[in-house]
Design a binder for this molecule. Structure first.
Ligand code: NDP
Length: 270
């Protein structure tokens, strides 16, 4: 583990994990419960969330499941309403993600809407509910590394003046470029998943600057290649190995980093 320490007291702290009915989200929920957190796990289907709760066999009252489709703004707003009036959120893990077959304008739009915009929506809707020392985690991927982009475009994405609005403009630019068959010419890779994670990382940096010295932290984490429905059965990492770095970033103490990108608790390049 890196030089940063976990929060010393976790009992009764609240974590929210999106896309937690299976895969990494379910494992992170299990790990957070074991550390003493209360966990709200979200699932698109109510039945899938309830099944996940049964699988976790959590101590009474420690876990509950709520319905959330991150690509549906009404679902996100309804979810935020359900949490309003409750305790503040100490850890928000934006884990929900998808990878679609093929490559065209429609796939580009759907991928960005889930992996990048979904996390943005949920984070912005829950900002008023975040505890003063909350950890926000963006479950990202090394696939989003900017080495896949042209040098000129990578420079734009890394511009420290790029705010959340600027990231959104880049997202629209990508989908439009794909529709026009100009994405390669403009410096984007031919991979919507890679672009969605690169933009998620860019949003992470912008939000980290907004958080500043406030005490809140946001970091992006790559779990490595993990055996899940998305990762497939030939992936080298177990769920436990993949979830470890995500849980670490969700439980950082007051001296923890803000605005970094990590794999196995170590900083990696954007
Ligand atoms: P899984 O496919 O096993 O799980 C994905 C989860 O996200 C499911 O719970 C799924 O719900 C949910 N989800 C998908 N779309 C939405 C949506 N619109 N709204 C809400 N939930 C949604 O994949 P992983 O566990 O592997 O993936 C978790 C995260 O890790 C993703 O962000 C992924 O990009 C990232 N990651 C994974 C890697 C790997 O090797 N596995 C490598 C790098 C990053 P449902 O069951 O309803 O479909």
């Amino acid at each position: 583990m890196g030089k940063w320490r976990r929060r010393p007291h976790t009992s009764g702290m609240l974590a929210v994990v999106t896309g937690a009915n299976r895969g990494l989200g379910l494992q992170v929920s299990r790990d957070l419960l074991a550390l003493g957190y209360d966990v709200v796990l979200t699932a698109r289907e109510r039945a899938a969330g309830e099944q996940a709760l049964r699988e976790l066999g959590a101590r009474a009252g420690a876990a509950r499941s709520l319905v959330l489709d991150v690509s549906n703004p009404e679902s996100v707003a309804g979810f935020a309403r359900e949490l309003s009036g409750g305790p503040a959120i100490d850890s928000l893990v934006n884990n929900a993600g998808a990878s679609f077959d093929g490559f065209d304008e429609n796939v580009a739009a759907r991928t960005l809407d889930t992996n990048y915009r979904g996390a943005v929506r949920v984070t912005q809707a829950l900002l008023p509910r975040l505890a003063p020392a909350a950890n926000v985690v963006m479950v990202s991927s090394g696939m989003g590394e900017l080495s896949r982009f042209s040098a000129a475009l990578a420079k734009r994405v890394l511009d420290p003046a790029l705010d959340a609005e600027g990231v959104e403009l880049l997202a629209r630019e990508f989908v439009q470029a794909v529709a026009q068959g100009r994405h390669l010419e403009l410096g984007f890779p031919q991979n919507a998943y890679a672009v969605s994670k690169a933009l998620l990382n860019a949003f992470t940096r912008a939000l980290a600057r907004e958080f500043g010295e406030s005490g809140r932290r946001v970091n992006a984490v790559c779990p490595g290649w993990v055996r899940t429905r998305m990762g497939g059965s030939s992936a080298p990492r177990s769920l436990e190995q993949g979830a470890r770095g995500i849980t670490w970033a969700a439980t950082l103490g007051p001296d923890g980093p803000n605005g970094g990108f990590f794999r196995d608790m170590r900083a990696i390049s954007w």
